[in-house]
Write a protein that binds this ligand. Structure first.
Ligand code: BYC
Length: 323
């Protein structure tokens, strides 16, 4: 399935499109858009949808080992929410003329990108709290900007509900972290260790530095992104440090300091070699994650076959009645 043909990139159409973006109007699926804009959205939205779906795996790993019924319920709800987020965003890519099957194929064959953060292992129960606090906290910073400002209507609207749910995820994570931080010395040590392992990979979630981000200029120009990767990363750092201080946890960065002049927390150098290694498929869990998604897809074959058979039978019944 392809989008209605846009015969040429007529300069007048492009000028009108850019004027609409400058006026803060939403671009909708049937509106004219430059092919580059459509492709950028498909790239970004499909990576986002895949991230939500793969993001279920590190936490799903702990559902059967949650320490209480209450913790299990909130973890279960969170993981189910991530599945829903993936589905909304895949629907969003369909409005751009992309076939979902094709995207899923790219995910299970390891061709597609998804967020680097989900290629790290979840070693202890404390990781569940820290993921909610850091990873969902980072997601909120990034996605609230999309919900408020993104120029593509279906993506912007999908982000409204996603952000509401991410807020619940963050709160349950931070509450769990606070309980462990105030618990026994062993619990405090467990949650500090999780903070130490997840801090730097979370900062990498925001993408490469602005000086090394090939897509940012176009996305900013066309109002898909409102802020740069570094701006959002800084916002997350500024928001999170006081929260860590409030629960008596430290962040694994000896160079952290508050800069009165800018009102920002200055942080140390991110290991970009590690980031690119993970993005290129060589992180601690990349192969495991893709294999798990492939197995889930293959195990679900009978569900797809049954749904297709049901739809075909219903359509045939409708055709007989109409005749
Ligand atoms: N991991 O030019 P750049 C979630 C790639 S879901 C992997 O700066 P852009 C959550 C990038 O794709 C989290 N790859 O790109 C879910 C590009 O490669 P290609 C996902 C990354 O698009 C469950 C290349 O590096 N959130 O939060 O301007 C539970 C150069 O980058 C990463 C979204 O997807 C990365 N971290 O900026 C809890 C939000 N970073 O495609 C939480 C929407 C960069 O040219 N996406 N790359 O081959 C965005 O805001 C932007 O796409 C990004 C990257 C900030 C991620």
């Amino acid at each position: 399935m392809t989008q209605q043909a846009t015969p040429t990139e007529d300069p007048a159409l492009l000028a009108e499109f850019e004027a609409r973006i400058a006026r803060g109007e939403s671009i909708e699926p049937k509106d004219w858009m430059p092919e580059r804009y459509r492709r950028q959205l498909v790239r970004m939205m499909s990576q986002h949808a895949h991230s939500e779906v793969v993001g279920m795996l590190p936490e799903g790993n702990w559902i059967t080992r949650a320490p209480s019924l209450r913790r299990k319920l909130s973890l279960l709800a969170k993981v189910q929410d991530e599945a829903g987020h993936g589905l909304y965003i895949y629907c969003g890519t369909e409005t751009l003329g992309v076939d979902r099957q094709q995207l899923l194929e790219e995910l299970i064959t390891g061709k597609a990108k998804y967020s680097s953060i989900f290629n790290y292992p979840t070693l202890t129960w404390a990781d569940m709290g820290v993921i909610g606090w850091f990873v969902d906290g980072a997601a909120i910073v990034n996605q609230t900007a999309l919900a408020k400002h993104c120029s593509y209507g279906p993506y912007k609207r999908a982000m409204v509900r996603v952000c509401k749910e991410e807020n619940f995820h963050k709160k349950q994570g931070f509450e769990s972290v606070a309980a462990l931080a105030q618990g026994t010395p062993a619990q405090h040590a467990m949650v500090q260790d999780a903070v130490d392992r997840w801090w730097w990979p979370t900062l990498m979630m925001f993408g490469p530095p602005d000086s090394d981000s090939p897509n940012s200029a176009e996305l900013l120009r066309w109002g898909v992104k409102k802020y740069t990767n570094d701006e959002l990363r800084q916002r997350f750092v500024n928001l999170t440090i006081p929260q860590a201080q409030a629960v008596g946890l430290t962040l694994p960065d000896p160079s952290l300091r508050f800069d009165e002049a800018t009102g920002n927390w200055v942080f140390g150098e991110i290991d970009w070699n590690e980031f690119w290694q993970v993005v290129k498929g060589d992180g601690p869990c990349n192969r495991e994650r893709v294999a798990a998604r492939r197995a889930a897809h293959e195990d679900g074959e009978w569900v797809r076959a049954a749904a297709t058979a049901h739809a075909e039978k219903k359509a045939a019944r409708g055709a007989t009645r109409a005749a």
